[in-house]
Design a protein around this ligand. Structure first.
Ligand code: OAD
Length: 239
C-alpha cells in the first residue's frame, strides 16, 4: 500500500505537513464534489497543475523496487496505491489498484460513462463538456478529473480486489506480508487495510519518513526516506 510519500523524492509534494498540497489549497475547495460545483475552473486548474507536475516526474528507486518485487512474485503480489500520479505504472508495475483514481483519467460529472484517458490541461472556461450526455447547446454536463474526492465512495471493484487478495492468501494458508510506504494513515478506508491484513495473520510493516497516525497497527516501523528504505528492505539495495 503506497501513499504520497513514495513519490516525494520524485519531486511531487505530499498532501499534509509543511509544503503539503493541502497547506495552501483547502481540501474542500478542490477535492470535493461541492467544490467542483462551486468553482470548476479552480478545480481543473489545480488538477491540470498536478497533471503537469506528474508528467515531468520520473519514478524513483522505491517505485522501481516494487516493480522488481512484482516481477519476482507475480500474482502473489498486489499494489494498492492512494496515489494518482501514475508513477508505479511508469516504473513497470502492472498489478496496481488505484484506490483514489488517476490524474490521467477524466469522467463525466453527470452521467455514468466510463472514465477515459485524458492528457489535456484545462485551466479556464470553456471547460470540457461530456459529449455523451450533453446535447449541443443544452444544459452542458462538465467533465471532471476521475479522482475519488472526499465525500465520495471508493470503487467497490477496487476495494473487492484488495479484500479478495488478502482472503486468498488466508485461504491458501500462504504467509501474508503487508507493507505500507509513505502514507500518513489518516484517510480511510485505505488506512484500515492494515488492520484487516493483521486480522488475517499478516506481518505488518511500514516504511515512512516519520511515525504515522496509525502506527500502532504495524509490527515494524522503519523510519527514513522511501528511496533508501524500500530497496534495502526488499533486499534490492544498490539495484
Ligand atoms: P500524506 O501527505 O497524508 O502523507 C504522506 C506521508 O509520507 C507522511 O506521513 C510523510 O511523513 C511521508 N513521507 C514524506 N516524504 C517521504 C519520503 N521521502 N519517504 C517516505 N515517506 C515520506 O499522503 P497520503 O497518506 O498519501 O486523497 O494521503 C492520503 C490521501 O489523502 C491522498 O490519496 C489524498 C489525500 O487527501 C485524495 O486526494 C482523494
Amino acid at each position: 500500500m503506497t501513499g504520497a510519500g513514495i513519490s516525494a523524492e520524485s519531486g511531487l509534494p505530499t498532501f499534509r505537513g509543511k509544503d503539503g498540497l493541502w497547506e495552501d489549497q483547502p481540501v474542500q475547495e478542490v477535492a470535493t464534489p461541492r467544490g467542483f460545483a462551486r468553482d470548476p475552473a479552480l478545480v481543473w486548474r489545480f488538477y491540470s497543475a498536478r497533471r503537469a507536475a506528474a508528467d515531468s516526474a520520473r519514478p524513483n528507486a522505491a517505485h522501481l523496487a516494487l516493480a522488481e518485487l512484482e516481477r519476482s512474485m507475480g500474482d502473489r503480489f498486489l499494489l494498492a496505491t492512494q496515489n494518482v500520479d501514475g508513477l508505479h505504472q511508469a516504473a513497470g508495475s502492472e498489478r496496481v489498484i488505484e484506490l483514489h483514481g488517476s490524474l490521467w483519467r477524466t469522467r463525466c460529472s453527470r452521467c455514468q460513462r466510463p472514465s477515459f484517458e485524458d492528457r489535456r490541461y484545462p485551466v479556464a472556461p470553456p471547460l470540457p463538456v461530456c459529449d455523451v450526455c450533453t446535447e449541443p447547446g443544452v444544459d452542458a454536463a462538465l467533465l471532471r478529473p476521475a479522482i475519488v474526492w472526499f465525500e465520495e465512495m471508493l470503487d467497490p471493484d477496487d476495494q473487492g480486489e484488495v479484500v479478495r487478495f488478502l482472503r486468498r492468501a488466508d485461504a491458501e494458508r500462504a504467509p501474508l506480508l503487508f507493507l505500507a510506504i509513505g502514507t500518513s494513515g489518516i484517510v480511510y478506508p485505505a488506512a484500515a487495510y492494515v488492520r484487516y491484513a493483521k486480522e488475517l495473520g499478516a506481518g505488518t510493516w511500514l516504511a515512512n519518513l516519520e511515525r504515522p497516525e496509525n502506527d500502532w497497527a504495524f509490527d515494524h516501523v522503519v523510519e527514513g526516506p522511501a528511496t533508501a528504505v524500500v530497496p534495502a528492505m526488499l533486499g534490492l539495495a544498490g539495484s
